[in-house]
Design a protein around this ligand. Structure first.
Ligand SMILES: Cc1cc2nc3c(=O)[nH]c(=O)nc-3n(C[C@H](O)[C@H](O)[C@H](O)COP(=O)(O)OP(=O)(O)OC[C@H]3O[C@@H](n4cnc5c(N)ncnc54)[C@H](O)[C@@H]3O)c2cc1C
Length: 489
């Protein structure tokens, strides 16, 4: 059985590895010269940067993958807990550190807003209930939409529905539970973990803060990119043939079946099964040549600044968030008006704070990420506003007393996300979760149209983020091989 996997993102690597381990002859074709896709890395002025994910949750998912591949997470990576998990600042001068340990979070919140300490305890209990009720249906299994509700094994889900708050927005739930607008904003921000707006995403996404608080925020020693390297090692160890610098331009199909792929060099590679780790919409439109409609509501993109800065004590932690003054307006700008926010929330990761191997002793590696509209294009216009927007972000940072001495900087815009990964309009996580029906509309692993074409990665079920795309890879491998790959949740 020859399988071609297109794309060496985490989803592609996971699927390729498991298929190879269980008997397929697997060829993995990647357009870039290294593995990882959005989980990328860069070196600037002697500093090493993770250019995609910076925070890892649900480590048990990666462990499940590594175990199915014949090793363990512990053998492959050294995960370091990040404590505090995140340092938050508001422009009124207030600050809050959220500790790594879930038990300590309500008390920490009480330090900023005493009345919200008990509310946070209630919230965490509620979020744990939602996760227990939905995890196995919406994340860890091949999802069959509304059919899930009539499956005997999910019988307990129906009576739970009102408690899952599908119809309420995340923001509405947070505003009803917390009194302090800063705590509401802090909790609302979790909607952005899959590129959504808290003003539309369903309150069911309380599972996102739950998994970060309950399972912790982790960092692999040597950089997040160590995860991509670990996955690549497993692919090779299990016999996958990886060909880098090999872009696929077409998936060959006839009737209800695909029969192989054509590379940019014109080479035809036949396959019994094709797995696409490329964005589902891009796969359908560019690689299958179909007139597929793009998702109406893509997840947000990002505006990124990779900065080597002179070391300076500014009271920052590893993960830092500087909030905008008007969150609703910020999301209105980005998601409804498709324009960069004028007053933006700034995420700043300094992994050298935890891991000195990431920067020389006199510098720090600052990864700055601001949510941006998914308006990226290959021939796009972001380059005309790029420098001015970066200047605006730096100006906003100064407002928080953060005025770095920048030694070198590289900027990436949504246009770059299209160019680098073929991401639909530069969106970071495929379709957004801006509706209660998003999970139902997200493409499943098996193509509806072609019986031997499979989708893995952030734009397919169960969605974006490292643990979810790894899950997606395990679900695809499971569907193709007809054997389960359990993920103890
Ligand atoms: C800036 C940023 C910050 C993020 N932060 C976090 C975080 O903190 N925590 C977290 O869990 N997640 C985070 N994510 C999300 C996470 O990185 C992604 O969800 C995940 O890595 C996507 O994996 P994937 O399997 O969908 O593949 P992708 O990473 O999308 O990879 C797809 C691969 O396919 C290749 N490809 C595309 N077209 C072709 C073609 N025609 N031929 C051959 N190859 C092709 C691409 O080059 C790429 O390597 C972040 C993402 C970004 C960009």
């Amino acid at each position: 059985m020859h399988t071609v996997v297109v794309g060496a993102g985490i989803g592609g690597l996971v699927t390729a590895t498991l298929l190879a381990r269980y008997g397929h002859n697997v060829t993995l074709l990647e357009q870039a010269s290294e593995a990882g896709g959005k989980m990328g890395r860069a070196t600037i002025d002697g500093c090493t940067f993770d250019t995609g994910p910076s925070l890892i949750t649900m480590p048990f998912v990666l462990d499940a993958f590594f175990r199915h591949a014949g090793t363990t997470l512990q053998e492959q990576l050294q995960l370091i807990p990040i404590d505090p998990g995140c340092h938050y600042r508001w422009s009124d001068g207030s600050r809050l550190d959220i500790p790594f340990s879930a038990e300590a979070i309500p008390e920490a919140v009480g330090g900023l807003s005493p009345s919200d300490s008990a509310a946070m305890r209630r919230y965490l209990d509620h979020a744990a209930t939602v996760y227990r009720a939905t995890g196995n249906v919406f994340i860890f299994s091949a999802f069959e939409g509304f059919k899930e509700f009539i499956k005997p094994r999910n019988a307990s889900l129906l009576p739970m529905l009102p408690r899952l708050r599908f119809t309420q927005s995340m923001h509405a739930m947070h505003a009803s539970m917390f009194q302090d607008r800063r705590i509401v904003q802090l909790m609302d921000r979790f909607a952005t973990y899959n590129g959504s707006t808290p003003y539309r995403a369903p309150a069911t996404l309380a599972v996102i803060p739950h998994v970060e608080f309950q399972y912790g925020a982790w960092y692999p020693r040597g950089g997040v990119y160590a995860i991509a390297q670990g996955c690549e090692r497993q692919a090779l160890a299990n016999g996958v043939t990886i060909r880098y610098d090999t872009a696929v331009t077409r998936i060959v199909h006839d009737g209800r079946r695909v029969s192989g792929v054509v590379t940019a060099d014109g080479e035809l590679i036949s396959a019994d099964v094709v797995v696409s780790n490329v964005d589902v919409h891009v796969t359908q439109s560019m690689l299958l040549g179909q007139s597929a409609r793009p998702p109406r509501d893509p997840s947000m993109s990002g505006f990124i600044m990779l900065m080597s800065v002179a070391k300076q004590e500014l009271g920052l932690q590893h993960h830092n968030v500087l909030f905008s003054d008007d969150y609703q307006r910020e999301f209105h700008d980005i998601v409804e008006r498709h324009t960069p926010a004028s007053d933006m929330t700034i995420y700043l990761s300094r992994s050298a704070h935890t891991d000195p191997t990431q920067a020389p002793p006199d510098r720090e590696n600052w990864f700055v990420l601001v949510n941006a509209p998914a308006t990226g294009r290959r021939d796009g216009s972001w380059h005309t506003m790029r420098d001015a927007y970066a200047e605006r972000i730096l100006g906003r940072m100064r407002h928080f007393g953060i005025d770095p001495v920048i030694r070198a900087m590289e900027i990436r815009t949504p246009d770059d996300m299209v160019r680098m990964w073929n991401a639909d309009r530069g969106s970071l996580y495929g379709a957004s979760s801006n509706s209660m029906f998003s999970a139902f509309l997200r493409p499943r692993q098996r193509s509806k149209q072609f019986t031997n074409l499979w989708y893995v990665g952030g734009s397919a079920h169960p969605g974006g983020g490292v643990p979810l795309v790894a899950t997606s890879g395990m679900l695809a491998a499971s569907g193709i091989l007809g054997r389960p790959f359990s993920i103890p949740s």
